[in-house]
Design a protein around this ligand. Structure first.
Ligand code: ZN
Length: 281
């Protein structure tokens, strides 16, 4: 199943890529709030599995918002692919990768224009994003997929000067300028993917591929992250986890490369879809 945030309302995306409004199709049993659905995730899944949905309506991707637009908690994981840890010049994490946050004021849908911070070094990081369904506290890796509502595409856009300013890195601030966290286009449930543990992801600038990887190469897989995070604190319905980026970011290149006025960044994950950001000075 695929769900979306269409103009701020929860929708099911049908096989022919049209949208069915959930509040209308469920006669009000499920409300219109895209974030609220995760509070009733199992009931929603059961309803959606049996529902005789009406015909959907076509829509524009520019009207899509983030599939989980206002989570209580946002986790972002660093150094979670070996080749990216190498290009970053940091050591390899062994028991726990670095974890930081992206503030939700930076969240947007999948198709946007992003203003480049003045004098900044703005970089790209395509990432698989997991959204929690059922509450998870101290869950085992084997049990972890059961707690995940689904997966979406995310960009962890990062302004490197702010990120690395000061005696300790400012990951949260450098990665949370307005528009720096596009997500979408849909939340895809794990059962709708051929293999939710092995998805190709990548991104391209003006058609030139700059990142390409596979999620089977994550040092800490999605279930491992859920297990390790939930060993420390509870993960609640609708919380999101940015799972880390593969190699190929601008900071790791020689010479380094940053996003510029007019650049178009397209980020994609197999089986989920793509994001499209146009950058403006
Ligand atoms: Zn990242």
């Amino acid at each position: 199943m695929r769900i979306a945030n269409l103009s701020g309302r929860l929708a099911v995306i049908t096989d022919d890529d049209t949208a069915v409004d959930v509040e209308q199709a469920s006669n009000g049993r499920f409300g219109p709030d895209p974030q609220g659905v995760y509070e009733h995730w199992m009931a929603f899944r059961a309803w959606a599995a049996d529902a005789d949905l009406p015909a959907g309506r076509p829509f524009s991707p520019t009207d899509l918002g983030a599939p989980a637009p206002t989570p209580r908690q946002v986790f972002a994981v660093g150094l979670n692919y070996r080749a990216h840890a190498d290009e970053s010049g940091f050591g390899m994490p062994d028991t726990l990768p670095p974890v930081f946050t992206k503030y939700s004021s930076s969240f947007t849908g999948p198709v946007t224009e992003v203003r480049l911070p003045d004098g900044g070094h703005t970089d790209w990081e395509v990432e698989l994003v997991a959204v929690i369904g059922e509450h998870a506290y101290q869950v085992s890796e084997d049990d972890a997929w059961r707690h995940i509502a689904g997966l979406t595409v995310g960009q962890d856009i990062s302004e490197r000067i702010t990120q690395l300013t000061g005696p300790a890195p400012q990951f949260g601030l450098g990665k949370s300028y307005p528009g720096f966290t596009p997500m979408g286009p849909y939340l895809v449930t794990p059962d709708a993917l051929a293999d939710s543990d092995d998805l190709e992801l990548g991104c391209a600038i003006n058609g030139e591929e700059v990142q390409k990887g596979r999620t089977r190469d994550l040092l800490f897989s999605v279930p491992s992250l859920v297990s390790r995070l939930s060993a420390i604190l509870p993960l609640g319905p609708g919380d999101i986890i940015f799972t880390g980026t593969p190699a190929g970011v601008g900071m790791g290149r020689t010479p380094q490369r940053w996003l510029a006025d007019g650049d178009v960044l397209v980020s994609r994950i197999e089986g989920i879809g793509e994001l499209r950001q146009t950058f403006r000075a």
